[in-house]
Design a protein around this ligand. Structure first.
Ligand code: ATP
Ligand code: MG
Length: 431
């Protein structure tokens, strides 16, 4: 955005004209040198926050105790941070002390990777004490200083390291990788929300499998607060899931290691997924396991007899039962997942796999054919049923209504009051 660049330059110029040093720094310099789009501009200056505030009409004191203020210029926000050092890191994440300093090099030293530790002045001149540009050219993620110390200070850097390597398609410098392996236990101090956000950024990059492979090799995810036994997961499944274009992707990747729905819910909670995403995923897993259960039962049942029509009808009825229980949204999610996963993933026998494939193939047809899937869409109410049967309400009522939905959904009876009443009588007499 050239306008943002100009405005950023104005901010820098205002600071330098007042006798301070000021630079672009961090992600925006790195992205500029890589020729990538810049989404936000961080500036750094020798001026202390009160001096910055005095120079601009619109300033928000976003994190003044850490030296950060937000300067509003022409409708854009610029984070301006005073040169500072950090120390403490008692919690393996945040420094306990920050101190303002006068030398840009000291500020760059606290930054995580060489490519994030380059400052650029208003004329494009660089301050690059750790060889960040050379590492960018060599496509290398490398820690500033000793990797083990830097990862020990802040465990989140390990995930940032893999995220950057994945998104930029870089390699990780040998000592940086070694430091990471040595300090991976420190990941248990990192809030799962931060972990999740890093992985989501990684997945939206151009080559998520690269990052997943590094995660797997490094064993990082087994060291988080909510460990994931990544090694258990089949590579082919990862390939498929990664290609799913939506918000279920990360959750599915985690769950691909162990698919039991109860465990899944717990894991997804710990990973701080939103309730909506978590529920979608849990329903999806429930669908998956129920559908396979049906397919196995049907394969056993029809192993002896070879009645194709009857067989297909059983599959259709299974599908409709799931549709009633879990709804069409889950059906759509399951279909996407089915298409993304390789046939081998579920480890099914050829007959069962064939039935599952048949259900996937017919899914849309069968879903459309189902006239009703919810009790409230039946052309009969509980009240009418209670009166017609001349029987007080009770558990029978709900069960009967469910049977009516199933019968109407499967097309056994039309969704008409008379027919539904007839069917209700049959159901009750069968009790
Ligand atoms: P992006 O914004 O593209 O995710 P970024 O490098 O700009 O990447 P930010 O979180 O915006 O990441 O941080 C801005 C800068 O602050 C970084 O470039 C780096 O210099 C420094 N930084 C951020 N997080 C850390 C950290 N955990 N440890 C050390 N330095 C960090
Ligand atoms: Mg940034």
């Amino acid at each position: 955005d050239p306008e943002m660049a100009l405005l950023g330059r104005e901010v820098i110029h205002t600071l330098t004209a007042a006798g301070h040093e000021a630079y672009w720094v961090g992600g925006c310099v790195r992205d500029e040198l890589l020729g990538r789009a810049i989404h936000d501009m961080d500036l750094t200056t020798s001026a202390e926050p009160d001096q910055v505030i005095a120079l601009f009409p619109h300033v928000i004191p976003t994190g003044i105790q850490h030296g950060t203020v937000t300067v509003m210029q022409g409708g854009h926000a610029f984070e301006v941070t005073t040169f500072r050092t950090e120390s403490g890191y008692a919690d393996h994440r945040r420094p306990t002390e920050v101190a303002f300093v006068k030398d840009i090099r000291e500020d760059l030293m606290r930054r995580d990777f060489t490519m994030n530790a380059i400052a650029m002045d208003e004329y494009g001149g660089r301050v690059d004490p750790f060889g960040g540009e050379a590492d960018l050219r060599a496509a290398l993620v490398r820690c500033v200083g000793r990797a083990e110390e830097r990862f020990e200070e802040d465990g989140l850097r390990m995930l940032r390291c893999i995220r950057f390597a994945s998104v930029f398609q870089f390699r990780i410098a040998f000592n940086t990788w070694k430091g990471m392996i040595g300090r991976r236990e420190g990941l248990r101090y990192i809030a799962m929300e931060r972990v999740r956000v890093e992985l989501e950024k990684m997945l939206s990059g151009p080559d998520p499998l690269r990052g997943l492979e590094m995660l797997s090799r490094s064993g990082l995810l087994a060291c988080t607060k909510a460990p994931v036994p990544w090694q258990q997961c089949e590579g082919d499944a990862l390939h498929g899931i990664v290609r799913l274009p939506d918000e279920l992707r990360l959750g599915l990747l985690l769950l691909a290691c162990r698919l039991a729905p109860e465990e899944a819910d717990e894991l997804l909670r710990a990973w701080t997924f939103s309730n909506a995403v978590r529920q979608r995923l849990v329903h999806l897993l429930a669908w998956e396991s129920a559908l396979i259960g049906f397919a196995v039962a049907i394969a056993d049942h029809s192993a002896s007899k070879k009645e194709d029509d009857r067989h297909d009808d059983l599959l259709r009825r299974s599908w409709i039962q799931l549709l009633i229980k879990l709804g069409p949204d889950t059906a759509a999610d399951w279909l996407k997942l089915y298409k993304a996963l390789p046939a081998s993933f579920r480890g099914l026998s050829p007959e069962v796999a064939k039935d599952v494939a048949r259900m996937a193939e017919q899914a849309n047809v069968w879903t459309k054919q189902a006239a009703v899937i919810r009790i409230k869409d039946l052309n009969i109410t509980g009240n009418i049923l209670v009166q017609a049967m001349n029987r007080p309400g009770g558990p029978w009522l709900g069960k009967t209504m469910e049977q009516l939905v199933l019968a109407a959904a499967c097309g056994d009876i039309p969704n008409e009051t008379e027919a539904l009443l007839e069917e209700a009588k049959r159901v009750i007499s069968r009790e």
